[in-house]
Design a protein. Structure first.
Length: 226
């Protein structure tokens, strides 16, 4: 039996406005960073209670640069009790290895959770991604793939793209670049494998967005079957 995963990111504590509710046969909710807007503990509590009321069997979270309290392992275990939080680790669901990593290059010093200074440090983080990863969730985009910020500059990681090119997962979900949401599929010439890149950001949307795997676009969150 396959699972359907709903993909979302950049909630910035507006989860109630986005209305992440299960309108189809979707068993997994994936959140690729920035659950919170101000990075407070109260925002994390609110999110945890929110997902408790959703009809997903699994909620997988990878922190973003605004989720400062999730740098504390005790906070992760205590507060996000209704989620599986992946910080340089993986979970296996339906036979698929799902790996999550929250790291980005520092962009705004006010919101600098899980950030490093340069690509050399990021390369060390990305080296931990297992070669047999099926689904990769990062907060950082890979360079050149749906990674433009509001000013048109690429905020993606070159070393992340290199690592993705090496392991060629079937799906790479990310965000961080708020206005570059969408999907792009890469067919790798050396293997004929395909990787779907999905920037799952909903930041700035005025739509009421629902999860329904039967819908492909037009106000519906992206999904993936695994």
């Amino acid at each position: 039996m396959s699972y359907i995963a709903t993909l979302v990111a950049e909630l910035h504590s507006k989860h109630e406005e986005v209305e992440i509710r299960n309108g189809g046969r979707c068993e997994i909710l994936v959140v690729a960073g920035d659950i919170t807007h101000l990075g407070t503990i109260s925002e994390l509590y609110e999110f945890n209670e929110f997902v408790k009321g959703l009809s997903y069997e699994h909620v997988i979270v990878v922190p973003g640069n605004r989720d400062i309290w999730l740098e504390n392992e005790r906070i992760v275990k205590h507060i996000l009790s209704n989620c599986t939080c992946l910080i340089d680790e993986y979970v296996i669901l339906n036979g698929k290895k799902i790996y999550g990593s929250p790291w980005t290059k520092i962009y705004d010093e006010r919101y600098a959770a899980f950030t490093v200074e340069n690509e050399r440090e990021l390369k060390e983080k990305w080296s931990k991604i297992p070669d047999d990863t099926n689904i990769l969730i990062t907060h950082s985009p890979p360079y050149g793939y749906l990674d433009k910020d509001v000013n048109g500059y690429s905020v993606g990681s070159t070393r992340l793209f290199e690592r993705v090119a090496e392991i060629q997962p079937e799906l790479h979900v990310f965000s961080h670049a708020h206005k570059s949401s969408g999907d792009k599929t890469q067919r790798w010439a050396n293997t004929s494998n395909n990787t779907r890149f999905t920037n799952a950001s909903v930041m700035g949307t005025t739509l009421k967005v629902y999860s329904d795997y039967r819908k492909g676009s037009g106000g519906y969150l992206p999904t993936w079957e695994l």
